[in-house]
Design a protein around this ligand. Structure first.
Ligand code: SAH
Length: 249
């Protein structure tokens, strides 16, 4: 008899908690959605403040739309989930970081990718930048040097439905020759110099966005343009701070 009562009570608790849990999940998603909307406003304000560097007062609506869609809270470690929509970089383990959202938006804008373009990313990290580009309907090839980061990014991106992306573990300094040339290349770690293999894998008319500088010196975000005669020109945008582009020993 006692057993029966306990069972009934437990079943009741379980039944009443189930919708509660679903509701709590939905509530969190709503909270993340409003945090994401607030972040978009903050990025717009940053862009306006830095318009002299960027040469524009606003970013491409396609970039902002992608930023407003990709769930950054799915790309940060659980312990930082409440800070996922702060306009800051966050640690992702192995001494690496997911970049500041304003910088992700800015770099995506500078890349000027169009739907259908083939883009190479060096430094998959969490996979967030790659997801933002995929959201803009470009085909992303991304390389990450730290195997566990590459593996967890791959799982995460598949789970979120970004299944057209091509990912590999390796040293991105050498690019991805089999799939070259690329319409655009984005490097999300700071290089001491612009890697020549990346320059040669850039299409004529293509663009590369790369932070250049040492670990302890001021780095500059640089846009490299290859014109139709394969002549290169560079433009410094603004000072930035990235983790270094490392090399396999
Ligand atoms: N784009 C990432 C940012 C990651 S930080 C994101 O959105 O989360 C930079 C990443 O570049 C790190 O994960 C680091 O391991 C990786 N990296 C550094 N040197 C590299 C190299 N030579 N080739 C490929 N990845 C590299």
């Amino acid at each position: 008899m006692i057993r029966m009562t306990t069972l009934v009570v437990m079943t009741c608790i379980m039944i009443s908690l189930a919708p509660c849990r679903i509701f709590a999940g939905q509530k969190d998603e709503n909270r993340f959605a409003s945090a994401r909307a607030a972040l978009i406003k903050e990025i717009e304000a940053y862009v306006a403040q830095t318009s002299d560097y960027i040469g524009a007062g606003r970013l491409d609506p396609a970039v902002m739309q992608a930023m407003a869609t990709v769930k950054r809270h799915r790309f940060v470690p659980k312990r930082f989930i409440r800070r996922a929509y702060d306009n800051n970089p966050l640690p992702i383990g192995y001494g690496q970081t997911i970049s500041q959202p304003y910088i992700v938006a800015l770099m995506s804008n500078l890349l000027a990718a169009k739907p259908g373009d083939k883009i190479l990313e060096v430094g998959t990290g969490s996979g967030y930048q790659a997801a933002v580009l995929a959201q803009m309907q470009v085909t992303v090839y991304s390389i990450e040097i730290i195997r566990p980061l590459a593996e967890s990014a791959k799982k995460r991106l598949q789970k979120l439905g970004y299944d057209k992306m091509r990912l590999k573990t390796g040293d991105g300094y050498f690019g991805w020759k089999e799939h070259a040339p690329f319409d655009g290349i984005i490097v999300t770690a700071a290089a001491g110099h612009i890697p020549p293999p990346l320059l040669s894998q850039l299409k004529k008319g293509g663009r590369m966005v790369i932070p250049v500088g040492g670990r302890f010196s001021v780095q500059q975000l640089v846009v490299v343009t290859k014109d139709k005669n394969a002549d290169l020109s560079t433009r410094q945008i603004l000072p930035v701070r990235f983790v270094p582009l490392t090399r396999k020993k």
